[in-house]
Every structure is written in structure tokens, then in C-alpha cells.
Design a protein around this ligand. Structure first.
Ligand code: FAD
Length: 459
């Protein structure tokens, strides 16, 4: 671009800016390197300048200046996304939200916080009020509440309360438009879906109101099994045990568990692993379930005991942390995101594992959708190139398992349909199309239409 970045940076005053190229480059990356395909596509994409506003007025000032200058704007929270969501594909201004980090209000069943608040800090503030977030991603120490809403989908707690998009989990979002004079829009109730998981391409979230639940004394548990089928079957039984009511159940292939050095001496080696969080008073019921199904309950720790023993949180071995533990020692691994058609059908999982062979190691998470418990698989895949990855995707599809491709940096990737509600709001709140450009496949086709015409495509 022919922007004079020095002059533009000056126009942002009094907002703090970062222009040191090394630091700007660092803030142009996220965890896209999980994917060798995205790593190749995105590792040379960098922003030109970073702004770090401390409050909503400063954020509005940055957006107004960007609008006037026609500068692309990419929002960034903790930068822990996996699909290059916060990578500025067309350069421009990166706005980091982490200085807008106040927890504003805690009420019965909800918390309201600025978008840049770290999820771990929100949970710490809630703990003092005897509450906790209904769900949080395993990256809570680095990830922001706004980034979770804009880029994430589920987490620890989703087995009890469903994904973020489940009614009642996201109560309200305060969003700024990108105009000469940025306007505040508040989305409440179901309207939050107009902004949730839009990757920051249709408005800038400044405040999030999210569901909380009463805090409980959770046990982080590990159990081991001699076969994946047994571990999975026990996992499904535990996930659907209403009387135990765990908030997390994950099943991890024994070979993946072999990459968890910090669990050596705490779990039996070379066994398939079941990771869970359950209320402390349900320990006996849990142990009976594990024993009945031929497993061994290796570890059950309250938070205090876990800290004293300096064992990592159980949630560091679930969701996309499982993949990270493997990648820490071997970068030739990658992963995929798979939907399981029938969570109760262990035999189908076994058939699929046989068909996938040695280069794919399964890892299942259970989560609630309405009244039912579903399963997803975030397997480790030993990467042999894009063609082989495609063949592996086809094996999943042949077995009736949906592939939500993790190797795509477009919001409609991952098997999602274009969300024309998102794009209609992009037209309204980002008329120049400056926010996170290049992240929507459908936007170039509809950007010339009116917002109402775009919305009508949703059907
Ligand atoms: P970022 O990566 O900074 O941003 C994510 C997206 O949101 C980007 O498109 C960005 O432009 C946009 N954005 C950020 N802030 C705003 C804002 N204020 N307004 C508008 N748009 C904005 N995800 C899960 O859902 N569940 C998990 O359990 C989970 N586990 C993970 C484990 C690991 C090890 C890793 C690497 C990732 C994991 N993720 C998970 C993905 C990611 O960590 C989460 O989605 C996280 O909540 C993102 O927050 P962030 O602050 O890092 O967002």
C-alpha cells in the first residue's frame, strides 16, 4: 500500500502503537503452524503497524482513522487461533485488544468483561464470587474473551453447557463499526450469532457478556484402558452419566499419551487415556464406572492437590492442547477436525481406526448439543503431504464422518456454509470491507449487494 505509516501512526495518538518490525511480525502470527498447509500460505503475511487501545474510545479512534485512510484492520486478542484467523493477509493495522481487559460486572449467572480480558483472569475474578465460566478454551492463560467469541467454538465445560453458540451461553456483545465515526451496536440473545465466530470480519467486539455457572470442587481425573474401544466406550458412558455430570470427557490414543512426559509416573504407560473433570463428591461413582469397563483410575486430583504435586491441569491434555503436546516434540505431526455421526457407536470408531491405519491417532471430545451428547475427533495425523491428507479426509467421509477442515484460513472452510447473516452485518458495520480482508470466500461475491440482499441469501 502507499500509506505513509509514520504519519498514520502519529494520527492514532494518544493510542499506544508498536512499529518495531520484529514485534509487528510477532503479532502477525497465530497457531496456524499446526497446519503445514497454512504454514506455507501464511508465514510471510505481516501487518504494518500495531495499535494497543486501552478503552473503547481509543478503539473507536483507531477504527475511525483506519476508515479515513482505507487501511485494512485485523483484530487480535491472544493470537491463539489455529487457522490464521488473526493473520493480516493484506497487511495494514493490527489492533491488539489485550489492554482493554477489565472485568466490568459479575452477576448471578453472568459476567461482563472487556474483549481483551484473559479468560483465566475472568475465571479468577469469578472464583471470588463463587462462579466460573460455563466454558473456556484450554488456552485460557493467553486467550481473550473477545477472541474466544470471535474465533472459538467450545471448550472445557461444553459437555455440561454446550458450545458457545448454544442459546444462553453468549448473552450480549457490544460491537463497534468501522466508519468515519464508529458506532456502538449491542447484540443480545440470539442476535449474538450475527457476530459470534465471524473471525472479526464484521465488527469489533469491545464487551462480552457470557454465561457463568456456580463454582464446584472439580476433580481432574485420568483413567487408563487396554484398548481404545474400551476407553471410548467408558468415555461415552461417563459423558452421558447424568448423575455424575462431568464437564469434560476426552479420550486419547495411547500413542498420543506417550507424548505427555509430565504424566509419566502418574498414569500407566502405553494405555489409552480417559481425561475428565467431575464433581469431587462423584468420585466413587466414577471409579465404579471405570472399573466396570475394565479400566484403571490412575489419578483424581483437586486443584490444590494438583498444584502441590506440580502436575499440569487435566485440560492441558484435551482439545487442541493434545495436538500441542505432540507438536512440542515432533513438528511432522498435524491434526484434523472430525464430526462423529453417532457418538454411541463405538464399533464405527473401531472400524474407522482400522481403515485409517498407523498414521492417524484418534482423540475424541464429547460435548452437549441441546439434549444430546455428541463426539468430535481431533486426531493426530502424521503428515505426508496434501494429497495423502486429502485421501485421509476421504476415508473419514466414506465412513460417514464429517471433515471440518482445519487446514483452511477462510471462515467458510471447515465445511461451514457461508453465513450470510455475518456478511450482511459486515456490509452494515464495515462498509469499506476493511476488517480482516481475505478471510471470507463468499464476501467478494456479495460485497456489491445491499445488506438486506445479502441477508436474504441466508434462506
Ligand atoms: P485470537 O487468536 O487473537 O483471535 C481469534 C479471531 O478473533 C481472529 O479472527 C481475530 O481477528 C478475532 N478477534 C479477536 N479479538 C476480537 C475482537 N475484540 N473483536 C472482533 N474480532 C476479534 N478453541 C476453542 O474453541 N476451544 C478450545 O478448547 C481450544 N483449545 C485450543 C488449544 C490450543 C493449544 C490452541 C493453540 C488453540 C485452541 N483453540 C481452542 C483455539 C483458540 O485458542 C481459541 O479459540 C481462543 O479462544 C482464541 O482467543 P484469542 O484471544 O487467542 O483470539
Amino acid at each position: 500500500t502507499d500509506i505513509d505509516w509514520t504519519a498514520f501512526a502519529r494520527s492514532l495518538a494518544p493510542v499506544e502503537v508498536i512499529s518495531e518490525p520484529v514485534l509487528v511480525k510477532k503479532r502477525s502470527r497465530d497457531f496456524f503452524w499446526y497446519s503445514p498447509i497454512l504454514n506455507e500460505q501464511l508465514r510471510r503475511c505481516f501487518g504494518d503497524l500495531v495499535a494497543v487501545p486501552r478503552k473503547q474510545e481509543e478503539m473507536a479512534h483507531c477504527l475511525g482513522r483506519a476508515y479515513a485512510a482505507g487501511v485494512p484492520v485485523t483484530l487480535r486478542g491472544g493470537g491463539t487461533g489455529n487457522y490464521g484467523q488473526s493473520v493480516p493477509l493484506e497487511g495494514g493495522l493490527i489492533i491488539e485488544t489485550t489492554a482493554m481487559n477489565r472485568v466490568l460486572e459479575i452477576g448471578e449467572g453472568f459476567v461482563r468483561a472487556e474483549a481483551g480480558a484473559l479468560l483465566a483472569d475472568v475465571n479468577a475474578a469469578l472464583a471470588e464470587a463463587g462462579q466460573e465460566l460455563a466454558m473456556f478454551p484450554s488456552t485460557q492463560e493467553i486467550a481473550t474473551i473477545g477472541g474466544f467469541v470471535a474465533g472459538g467454538s467450545a471448550g472445557i465445560g461444553s459437555l455440561a453447557t454446550g458450545r458457545l453458540r448454544e442459546p444462553g451461553n453468549l448473552r450480549a456483545l457490544k460491537v463497534l463499526s468501522v466508519e468515519a465515526d464508529p458506532q456502538v451496536h449491542v447484540f443480545e440473545g440470539e442476535e449474538v450469532l450475527n457476530v459470534h465466530h465471524a473471525w472479526g470480519l464484521n465488527g469489533v467486539i469491545t464487551e462480552v457478556t457470557m454465561r457463568t455457572v456456580p463454582m464446584r470442587d472439580w476433580l481432574g481425573c485420568m483413567a487408563t484402558f487396554d484398548s481404545y474401544a474400551d476407553a471410548y466406550g467408558a468415555g461415552h458412558a461417563l459423558a452421558t452419566a447424568e448423575d455424575i455430570a462431568p464437564k469434560l470427557v476426552s479420550v486419547v490414543d495411547a500413542r498420543i499419551a506417550g507424548y505427555f512426559p509430565r504424566l509419566v509416573d502418574h498414569i500407566r504407560p502405553d494405555r489409552d487415556l480417559l481425561v475428565s473433570y467431575l464433581p469431587a463428591e462423584k468420585l466413587a461413582d466414577y471409579e465404579a464406572l471405570i472399573t466396570d469397563r475394565g479400566g484403571h483410575a490412575d489419578l483424581a486430583l483437586t486443584e490444590d492437590k494438583r498444584k502441590a504435586a506440580s502436575i499440569p491441569h487435566a485440560f492441558e491434555f484435551c482439545y487442541n492442547h493434545t495436538t500441542l503436546q505432540v507438536l512440542k516434540s515432533d513438528r511432522s505431526a498435524t491434526y484434523q477436525q472430525i464430526g462423529v455421526p453417532d457418538a454411541a457407536d463405538t464399533a464405527a470408531i473401531v472400524r474407522l481406526r482400522d481403515a485409517l491405519g498407523e498414521e492417524v491417532w484418534t482423540h475424541h471430545e464429547f460435548l452437549r448439543a441441546g439434549e444430546t451428547v455428541q463426539a468430535i475427533d481431533l486426531p493426530i495425523i502424521w503428515y505426508k503431504g496434501p494429497e495423502r491428507l486429502q485421501q485421509i479426509n476421504e476415508i473419514y467421509a466414506e465412513h460417514g464422518f464429517a471433515v471440518y477442515d482445519a487446514h483452511c484460513s477462510r471462515v467458510e472452510g471447515g465445511g461451514m456454509h457461508a453465513d450470510y447473516r455475518h456478511l450482511a452485518w459486515k456490509k452494515r458495520l464495515d462498509p469499506k470491507g476493511l476488517l480482516n480482508p481475505g478471510k471470507s470466500l463468499a464476501w467478494p461475491e456479495v460485497c456489491h449487494l445491499s445488506a438486506d440482499e445479502i441477508a436474504a441469501r441466508q434462506g
